[in-house]
Design a protein around this ligand. Structure first.
Ligand code: OXD
Ligand code: MN
Length: 625
């Protein structure tokens, strides 16, 4: 072992490191230690004692504070570090690295010199913490080893909740360098223990070294390496190896009264219903954010959740709309709240369904009282819209029995969903796999508080993955087309839209999505006929009416159906126009994509002309059948 490293390790850390027998790990740690200059390095294994140590350290260092309910703590990220910073996240580029146009990049040498400069001496007087994790279940074809190095106990504690321990898995590498690594430093902290130099927040992705550097931040989407930083490395790896790394939920759908479970994966941009789709009452959750998809020997599509916890958006989680999560958030268990309001050691968040929100307390802005205004004279809400909760999946009553199965679950349905107030129906089924890839590729959504920037702006977000696609977009789509064609039975693909509005109001309640997903599940098993339209297959009114009645004992009127499932021709053609512009700017877009687009456009124009109206009820198409 290298001597600078030796002098910073206590006997236990040395023994943990020695037992790994991995010279690449040792070399990287020496490099990181020389750079960040910590006063001590603590290398942790995966024992209960090690996990307990981190949990305690986060409190001792005041990165987390205990709340009233047993096991609950709160963490604050600081006023300007409350969402994913896509602008400061860049790929270190060389002429050989080809990227999607939408990915920020910086010349590798220049970027390295900048980020290493920012990290230099960043841990002076502090401990460097080192832990080993596994992305995906351990001992599986899907397993990927990842090392996290950070000076934040909150980051490590979050990872202990969100990811599988991987120390034993690392030993199985037999000394190889086939692992991802993440170096993170909060940088200098202010009196509230939050990052001071957020203006110098940088997250640089080194695809050549399978490494990500992150500095001057705390928000988990920027700091927790195994989440969105690892997704970028995984997309590049999957591209070389022929599998898919996706921003997708995985869930088991259990239709009432039927003895079957059908597994779906689903891509939704942040804060667009991904977690609540995975948590629909009656279904079981495998994962709510990131999935790896592979083809097994029987040519079936298999998926795993690479995490085993949830870093979920807490806004609007209330007893009525999300009963399962609400119960977990209000009963004892190990759980971190972030950026909520705290008063009398109790957390409060937006849309929690309580009318006794205190008029003062502590929140992301520091001491807060009702009416507080920020530097731009805007009123500071009592909790941040991107406030979160972090907990293990195993804490939930509805966790799927296969959530940790190394073989993954067999996927027969794919969902793509955006936030769209005026174009797409609540659910439609793709005409075939290629049309399904097209539906994913043309996903658009209105921006939300999960990403830094203005909210409510329409943004094109292919497969909800565009922030992370560190390969050419065309190549990424080609991988999706090919993946499906290699399968024996291709999953059915569906597009959902939970955000359709009529006269400014959402047409559906949050729970209605259960009906759309059950209809999709029934389609996979041949339970329902559907109406073919240029958008895809649409449900028949009678089937939805029956489902609303069966599930919610609710009347679903023909008028609601006609409004929701109208084919809005000019709105669709506008969308196609936006897609033409978006894709013309990208390289290597597969011809298959253009073919689907052209067919859809032609059909819509012809139907619009022959019908002489702009908005067509599904009945129009069923009469044609
Ligand atoms: C998330 C995100 O937190 O996508 O999952 O921002
Ligand atoms: Mn996400």
């Amino acid at each position: 072992m290298l001597s600078p490293l030796l002098s910073l390790l206590d006997a236990r850390s040395r023994q943990v490191l020695d037992s790994l027998k991995n010279v690449h790990v040792e070399d990287q740690l020496s490099e990181f230690a020389n750079l960040c200059k910590p006063s001590r390095i603590v290398v942790l294994g995966e024992s209960k004692q090690d996990i307990h140590f981190i949990r305690g350290l986060a409190k001792v260092r005041h990165e987390e504070t205990k709340l009233k309910i047993r096991g609950h703590t709160v963490h604050f990220d600081g006023y300007n570090d409350l969402a994913r910073d896509v602008g400061s996240t860049k790929v270190l580029a060389t002429p050989e690295i080809k990227l999607s146009k939408r990915i920020n990049s910086i010349d590798r040498d220049k970027g390295l010199s900048e980020i290493l400069g920012l990290l230099s001496g960043s841990m002076t007087g502090r401990e460097m913490l080192v832990k080993f994790y596994c992305l995906g279940p351990t001992n599986s074809n899907f397993s990927l080893c990842a090392m996290q190095v950070s000076d934040s106990a909150y980051v490590m504690h979050s990872e202990d909740l969100l990811y599988r321990q991987g120390y034993e898995q690392f030993k199985k590498l037999n000394g190889s360098n086939q692992f991802f690594s993440f170096l993170h430093s909060t940088g200098e902290l202010d009196g509230r223990n939050t990052t001071k130099n957020y203006g110098k927040r940088r997250i640089y992705v080194d695809l050549l070294a399978n490494r990500v550097y992150s500095v001057n931040n705390q928000y988990a989407g920027n700091s927790v390496g195994l989440k969105k930083l690892a997704l970028r490395l995984a997309i590049s790896k999957a591209n070389h190896e022929g599998w898919l790394a996706e921003h997708m939920l995985v869930a088991g759908v259990h239709p009432p009264g039927k003895e079957r479970v059908t597994y779906f994966v689903g891509a939704y941009p942040s804060a667009c219903g991904k977690t609540s789709t995975a948590m629909i009452p009656g279904n079981t959750i495998v994962g709510d954010d990131i999935a790896y998809l592979r083809i097994d020997r029987g040519k079936k599509c298999r998926a795993v959740n690479i995490e085993h916890g949830i870093f979920g958006i807490i806004q609007d989680v209330n007893a009525q709309d999300d009963p399962l999560i609400y119960k977990a958030l209000t009963t004892p268990r190990e759980l971190i709240f972030s950026n909520v309001l705290v008063s009398d050691r109790t957390p409060y968040w937006l849309g929690m369904g309580r009318d006794d929100i205190p008029e003062r307390g502590f929140n992301f802005s520091g001491n807060w009282r009702k009416g507080k205004r920020d530097n731009d004279d805007a009123e500071v809400p009592y909790a941040h819209p991107n406030a979160r909760y972090t907990m293990r999946l195993s804490e939930l009553d509805n966790v799927d029995p296969k959530y940790d199965d190394g073989k993954g679950v067999v996927v027969t349905g794919v969902l793509y969903g955006g936030r769209d107030s005026d174009t797409n129906p609540p659910i439609s089924e793709a005409l075939d796999w290629d049309h399904g890839v097209y539906l994913g590729a043309t996903l658009e959504s209105e921006t939300t508080a999960a990403i830094i920037g203005k909210t409510g702006i329409r943004r094109h977000d292919p497969m909800a993955n565009i922030d992370f696609v560190v390969i050419p977009l065309g190549k990424y789509l080609e991988n999706h087309f090919k993946f499906g064609h290699r399968l024996k039975n291709k999953p059915r693909v569906f597009a959902t839209n939970y955000f359709l509005k009529r006269e400014g109001k959402y047409t559906n309640s949050k729970l209605d999505k259960k009906v759309w997903i059950l209809w999709a599940e029934g389609r996979i098993h041949g339970d329902y006929d559907a109406i073919r339209t240029p958008l895809g297959y649409l449900p028949k009114y009678e089937d939805l009416k029956g489902l609303f009645h069966e599930i919610f004992n609710k009347e679903y009127s023909k008028d609601e159906y006609d409004f929701e499932f109208n084919v809005r021709i000019s709105k669709y053609l506008e969308k196609i126009g936006r897609m033409e512009t978006a894709f013309e700017g990208e390289n290597y877009i597969p011809e298959k994509f253009w073919k689907v687009l052209r067919n859809q456009k032609k059909e819509l124009i012809q139907i619009g002309q022959s019908a002489g109206v702009d908005s067509l009820s599904p009945d129009f198409f069923s009469r044609k059948e």
